[in-house]
Design a protein around this ligand. Structure first.
Ligand SMILES: Nc1ncnc2c1ncn2[C@@H]1O[C@H](COP(=O)(O)OP(=O)(O)OP(=O)(O)O)[C@@H](O)[C@H]1O
Ligand SMILES: [Mg+2]
Length: 277
């Protein structure tokens, strides 16, 4: 069993839109059951990059290898199957306005599983409850605040309990207390199910709290990847400028929550996976 193979490997990823190169040959490796946090300025290419991880975009060149398979090489049927193992919390939560919040969360279960309506109800309500929005189950996304809609979007991504979860700015627009709840949930998915998480955030408290690895993207290039301590110490003026501007100090690391070992959690994830990884 290739236990040490990374869960996700991005190799020389280039993305060009028209005459604009948005990603200039990005290399990133994500180990199973790790949380990788992308930081970087607005327009750096973070959202574009993560959309490639779940094949919502095709690379101009380069490879995205998930569980040893280049996802750009998959046909539509294979891709649909693979997508069931991925979840994404979109930056602009992308909920269906015509449905209630409950139906939004139940949607992937109805589309992709054969669960009974009763089980679906139970699971979807449990996730809404985890996110503290069960009272909004019968309302539509248009009838709740942005922060609540964000939480419904997170509930929808978590309800399938995917192996790879991508969160595009999950805490933006949330109050500090709710933001920490979201951090707890990201950590809980990792600890309970060995989920591999990729998180984009401008929230540096969150970044330094939940990350096993931090990757910094500047103008379509990864300029640093390492543990939070490594990134804090990296000898790169752009990185240091960004960290200084965010107000994060080295002392932040001292208050970081203790983390469970990714390797042990990876074993949990492999046991759940439909095929070995
Ligand atoms: N479909 C597209 N067509 C053309 N240009 C695009 C497309 N998607 C993204 N871009 C461009 O790619 C660049 C990177 O965008 P992206 O959304 O990935 O940035 P980001 O790092 O997520 O920024 P933010 O922190 O503001 O969310 C931007 O200049 C954007 O205009
Ligand atoms: Mg973005």
């Amino acid at each position: 069993m290739a236990t040490e193979e990374p869960h996700v490997k991005v190799e020389k990823l280039v993305k060009v839109y028209g005459d604009r190169t948005v990603l200039h040959g990005v290399d990133v490796t994500i180990d199973r059951a790790d949380t990788l946090v992308f930081i970087g300025g607005s327009g750096a290419g973070k959202s574009t990059l993560v959309r490639h991880l779940i094949a919502l975009e095709r690379p101009t060149s380069g490879r995205i290898v998930v569980d040893g398979v280049d996802i750009a090489s998959l046909n539509d049927v294979e891709l649909n199957k693979a997508r069931r193992r991925f979840g994404m919390v979109f930056q602009k939560y992308a909920l269906f306005d015509s449905m209630t919040n409950f139906d939004n969360v139940a949607f992937p279960l109805r589309e992709q599983t054969k669960l009974s309506e009763r089980d679906i109800r139970e699971r979807a309500m449990a996730k809404l409850k985890d996110l503290g929005v069960e009272h909004a189950a019968k309302l539509t996304p248009a009838q709740i605040s942005g922060g609540m809609a964000k939480r419904v979007g997170i509930a929808r991504a978590l309800v399938m309990e995917p192996e790879l979860l991508i969160y595009d700015e999950p805490t933006s627009g949330l109050d500090p207390v709710t933001s920490r709840t979201v951090d707890d949930l990201i950590e809980e998915m990792r600890e309970k199910f060995g989920v591999t998480s990729v998180v984009i955030t401008h929230d540096m408290v969150s970044a330094f709290d939940i990350a096993d690895q931090i990757a910094m993207l500047i103008r379509g290039r990864v300029v640093a990847q390492g543990t939070p301590a490594e990134v804090l110490a990296v000898d790169n003026e752009d990185v240091q400028k960004f960290i200084r501007a965010s107000g994060v100090e080295a002392s932040r690391l001292a208050t970081r929550r203790p983390r469970k070992d990714s390797r042990a959690l990876a074993a949990v994830a492999r046991a759940r996976a439909p095929r070995g990884g």
